[in-house]
Ligand binder design. Sequence first.
Ligand code: SAM
Length: 182
Amino acid sequence: MPRTPAFCYAFISHRLIRAALGDSPSRDVRWIAPVPGTRCAEIGSGGGFYTPALAAHLGSGSLLVALDPAAHDPRARRATGTGATTAHIAGDGLALPFASASLDALLYSYSLEEMPDQRAALAEAERVLRPGGQLVLFLWRPLMPRRRRASALTAPRPQGEGLVLVRSHHGLQNLRLAYRKR
Ligand SMILES: C[S@@+](CC[C@H](N)C(=O)[O-])C[C@H]1O[C@@H](n2cnc3c(N)ncnc32)[C@H](O)[C@@H]1O
């Protein structure tokens, strides 16, 4: 499956461009409902565009794991802020290093499209979430190849019967989806 060209991501990942297109870390992380003591992971945290805002949103007493294959990205370390205790780890969305039913919330911040097997990635998400846990997907839209936009990725129920769509927003350049695990 062809990947979105790197220069597209380089362009749209610039903070000013993203702000112009409607991305706002402090607002967008509110898609995760904060509960004291939340155990949350951001999958594909990259340079940490969302990580500090998410940590602040979750608050102290919560745990945030920022996972990315490129966890050595120095921008991510600089991005660590206040609030939830935050750990940056190297990892793969296709084999999450968490026990089954061990997390309360998962955020995929424009990373699911990058994974070679999105169904397998969503199965992993479902595995590590506890019943009642939240899955939030931020997905690019115009820059996704047409067949990927039309894939099961953007269907209301991404995987099996265990994840129930509770909220969606179809933006100009993105799609935001929130699910609850039964
Ligand atoms: C478009 S960037 C988004 C980064 C950041 N979340 C943001 O909003 O700026 C996509 C991210 O997905 C990560 N990624 C790619 N394949 C992955 C995988 N198999 N598991 C986890 N993350 C992956 C990349 O390393 C990259 O940081």
